[in-house]
Design a binder for this molecule. Structure first.
Ligand code: IDP
Ligand code: MG
Length: 139
């Protein structure tokens, strides 16, 4: 089995799309093995997106991600990372394939509804950060 990590971003939670997004995740045969509502603080958001520190959208991204509640999830499926990136679609909802979560619920390249880990290594790191109680998965 393999794992991925996702965040339903503050725009989706605020607009009441969380349940529809989770239903799509379930329908695509991902098993939700961890889920909780959180609020990212500035320090955590900055650490999470540190690879983008030099980008011109970084400050806006941090304000957006700390602007409300998020739902973080640990997900299980075969080939989880790649399958989940397919399910969420392109970073820019305008370029995301029809029917993907970002095409359905994203508003802009920044407010794009959902995060999905981009590698097995990052999925593990992100799951362990938000769900230390799931450490057994990786033993
Ligand atoms: P990803 O979420 O599809 O992996 P990344 O390039 O890792 O995309 O970017 C992280 C997040 O930063 C995106 O999900 C989006 O919220 C935001 N972002 C990425 N590129 C831009 C941009 O050009 N303008 C504004 N925000 C962006
Ligand atoms: Mg990324």
């Amino acid at each position: 089995m393999s794992y991925t990590f996702s965040i339903i971003k503050p725009d989706s939670v605020r607009d009441g799309f969380s349940d529809q997004i989770i239903a799509r995740i379930n329908n695509n045969k991902f098993k939700v093995i961890g889920i909780k509502l959180i609020t990212l603080n500035k320090t955590t958001a900055e650490e999470f997106y540190s690879v983008h520190k030099t980008k011109d959208f970084y400050d806006n991204l941090i304000s957006f991600m700390t602007s409300g509640h998020c739902i973080v999830m640990a997900l299980e499926k075969t080939n989880a990372v790649e399958n989940f990136r397919q399910l969420i679609g392109d970073t820019d909802p305008a370029n995301a394939e029809l029917g993907t979560i970002r095409s359905l619920f994203g508003k802009s390249i920044e407010n794009n509804a959902i995060h999905g880990a981009d590698s097995d290594q990052n999925a593990k790191k992100e799951i362990l950060f938000f769900f230390p109680e799931l450490a057994n998965l990786f033993k």
